[in-house]
Structure formats: structure tokens, C-alpha cells
Ligand binder design. Structure first.
Ligand code: ATP
Ligand code: MG
Length: 356
């Protein structure tokens, strides 16, 4: 069941088309992550869903109820939506308990019932004992959990998060992103999370939307988007990628061989027929290239490479390789030194043809 339906949403500010006719659904219990570069329309999309902005066109449905349509707008507080912002927007002069309890005041609960709810939720987010502290005495991660608890205590049908991790330092951000996913799942909430950080998007999402200039470039699971990017922009934006351009010299139903430059022949597993003689751009992820082993006679997609750069990351290194005059990125724990020659194999199933 779709908790959120966005249909043909458009938002124009003066001469800026911030959102240009986008449609998507978010299923019950799913975390949808919208990712895209600065200014692509992420916050505007979220604000339209929340009711903080009226769409220029389109229909938004929450839980089967139309909350925005031409000539119709349900006020934000009646949409059953919770929001967590980048700044958390906690009240500095209220304690943790008061911050979390605030939204319950309008709900006609007895003081005991409210206290029980707040205490329960603080326990769930690991903040028991912090009830009387003020936000300024909490770490960034703790403040973020208070902000989440404040939304979760109201049991919204839909939770919207606008870059809630971007104020945290890198290490904490990684930890909080995993915790955030666990907490959203634990509360059984349906969420739309926006970020411009592609690693955060992949780690958090059940489904991802990749946006550019107010439009949706691709919708899919993190695996689908990483492994089968719909176009050059998505391949380049999500995860590391190398690109080669070649001309198809042999093709059959399942694969094609491309000539890249004068000498490099690359076989690619293809999903759709390729016209012989046609030019294509191929996207190769770093995990599609295996480094090491001895050269084999007549093996396809096997090349000699030279290491141009190594970035050691502990569990593995990221290499920039020269393969027949082309620069390719590969991940490996082979411990090569810069300038060292090695053998590489490129997996035909891990090369994707991408429309420009
Ligand atoms: N109130 C407004 N008035 C005029 N233009 C606006 C308004 N709000 C947003 N815009 C414009 O709409 C476009 C999309 O903005 P939006 O804030 O949705 O981007 P974003 O994807 O959230 O970017 P970021 O990652 O930088 O937060 C931008 O060009 C922005 O300048
Ligand atoms: Mg934004």
C-alpha cells in the first residue's frame, strides 16, 4: 500500500522550475531517499509534501487522502506528517523531556499517559536518563535522536527528513545513518529522507530517487541504481565509475564486443540489441575490475595495466589504472605500488551501456 503518492508534481518560483512534473509512490514501511545535487529540488519536494509550500500543479495523497491538488491544500498539521530538519530545530530553553512532550500537548492525553509515552520513546532511542538535560548540553548525535523521538512520539503516518545528518562529523554521520535506519524500522514508520550524499542515500534507502534539475532521472533500489544506472548522470553521481566510449564490432543476442581506441577490445553483456557499428558509452564500477593473476592465453577482457595512483583505505585500496591508454578506477586489496604493472580482468556482466 502506498502511504505517499506524488503525481505530476510541479513547483515554479518566478522563472525557476524547481520541480518539473515528478511522480513517485512510497510504500508502507519503506524508506525512500531522494538524492541529487544542490538546487535540484529536494527540499522543495519535501516542503510540498509537508504542506509548507503549495504546488504549482500536481496531486499529493497521504494515506489515501488528497492533501494537495489544484485548488486544494490541507494544512500541515492535519496531514499526519512528522518532520526532522537539518538543524533539528529543538527548543533550546526546553529540556529533552519537554521537547519530546511538546507535540503531545494538543492530543488530550492525561499527564501520566503523556509521561509514559515520552519515557518509552526516549528509552527506544537510547536517551533514558537525559530527560532533564538541555539541547545545548547534548552531542550532535544525541540532539538528532531527540529530534527523531519528538517526531516519532506523535506516530506520524509519514516522516520527512531533510538532511538531518549533515551537521554531524563524518564518523558520527556514518554511525547515525545506520542508527537512523534501525530506528525508523523499529518505529515501523514510512519515511522520505533527502540528502546530497550518495553513500548516505545508498545506506539508508529501500528505494532511491535520483533527481536532477527538478526531474527524476531514475527510481530503484540502491543495488539497481548502482548496478544498472539509467544514464551517464546517474552512473557518475552515484558511486565511483569509469567511462569508455567504443564502437560495436561484433554483436549477438546476449553480448557485444566494442573496439575502444585502436587496440582495446571489450566484451559487454547486453540486455538490449546493439547495432553493429554504433557508438556507445560504457560505465564500469570499480568492483567490475579484478586485479591480479597471471595472463591467460586467449582470455577475453584481459589487459595489462599500470597503477597510476593508490588510495589506501584499510580494507582495500582504490586504484587509478592505465589500461591501454584509458584511465579506469578499480578496488582491490592487492597492495600494488604506483607504477607497478599488473593484469586486470573486466567482468562483461559488470559493464553497463549508458545513454549520454
Ligand atoms: N522560496 C523560493 N523562492 C525562489 N526560488 C526558490 C525558493 N525555494 C527554492 N527555490 C529554488 O528552487 C530550486 C530548488 O531548490 P531546493 O531548495 O529544493 O534545492 P535542494 O535540492 O534542496 O538543494 P540543496 O541540496 O542545496 O539543499 C533552486 O534553484 C532554488 O534556488
Ligand atoms: Mg535542500
Amino acid at each position: 500500500m502506498a502511504v505517499l503518492k506524488v503525481e505530476n508534481l510541479t513547483k515554479v518560483f518566478g522563472a525557476t522550475r524547481a520541480i518539473d512534473n515528478i511522480s513517485f509512490d512510497v510504500e508502507l514501511g519503506d524508506i525512500m531517499v531522494i538524492v541529487g545535487g544542490s538546487g535540484c529540488g529536494k527540499t522543495t519536494t519535501l516542503r510540498c509534501i509537508a504542506g509548507l509550500e503549495d504546488p504549482t500543479d500536481g496531486v499529493i495523497t497521504v494515506d489515501g487522502k488528497v492533501v494537495a491538488a489544484p485548488g486544494r491544500s490541507v494544512p500541515p498539521e492535519q496531514r499526519g506528517i512528522g518532520m526532522v530538519f537539518q538543524s533539528y530545530a529543538l527548543w533550546p530553553h526546553r529540556t529533552v523531556f519537554e521537547n519530546v512532550a511538546y507535540g503531545l500537548q494538543r492530543r488530550n492525553l492525561s499527564a501520566d499517559a503523556a509521561r509514559e509515552k515520552v519515557t518509552g520513546i526516549l528509552k527506544q532511542v537510547g536517551l533514558s536518563g537525559f530527560e532533564d538535560r538541555y539541547p545545548s548540553t547534548l552531542s550532535g548525535g544525541q540532539q538528532q535522536r531527540v529530534a527523531l523521538a519528538r517526531s516519532a512520539v506523535l506516530q506520524p503516518r509519514l516522516l520527512l527528513l531533510d538532511e538531518p545528518l549533515s551537521n554531524l562529523d563524518a564518523k558520527l554521520r556514518e554511525q547515525m545513518r545506520d542508527e537512523l535506519r534501525e530506528m525508523i524500522k523499529m518505529f515501523g514508520m514510512t519515511a522520505v529522507h533527502i540528502t546530497h550524499d550518495q553513500a548516505e542515500a545508498m545506506a539508508l534507502a529501500d528505494t532511491m530517487i535520483c533527481m536532477r534539475s527538478g526531474r527524476i532521472e531514475q527510481v530503484g533500489s540502491p543495488r539497481e541504481i548502482y548496478r544498472t544506472p539509467a544514464n551517464f548522470y546517474v552512473a557518475d553521481f552515484i558511486g565511483a565509475c569509469s567511462f569508455l566510449t567504443g564502437v560495436a564490432v561484433e554483436t549477438d543476442d546476449e553480448s557485444s564486443t566494442f573496439l575502444i581506441g585502436d587496440a582495446m577490445r571489450l566484451r559487454v553483456r547486453t540486455r538490449a540489441p546493439v547495432q553493429p557499428g554504433s557508438k556507445s558509452v560504457m560505465a564500469i564500477r570499480p568492483d567490475g575490475i579484478q586485479i591480479g593473476g597471471a595472463m591467460e592465453a586467449n582470455a577475453e577482457n584481459q589487459f595489462t595495466a599500470t597503477t597510476l595512483r593508490e588510495t589506501f583505505l584499510g580494507s582495500h585500496s582504490e586504484y587509478l589504472l592505465d589500461v591501454g591508454g584509458h584511465r579506469l578506477k578499480a578496488d582491490s586489496s592487492a597492495d600494488l605500488t604506483v607504477g607497478q604493472a599488473c593484469r586486470v580482468r573486466i567482468d562483461p556482466a559488470k559493464i553497463v551501456l549508458v545513454p549520454g
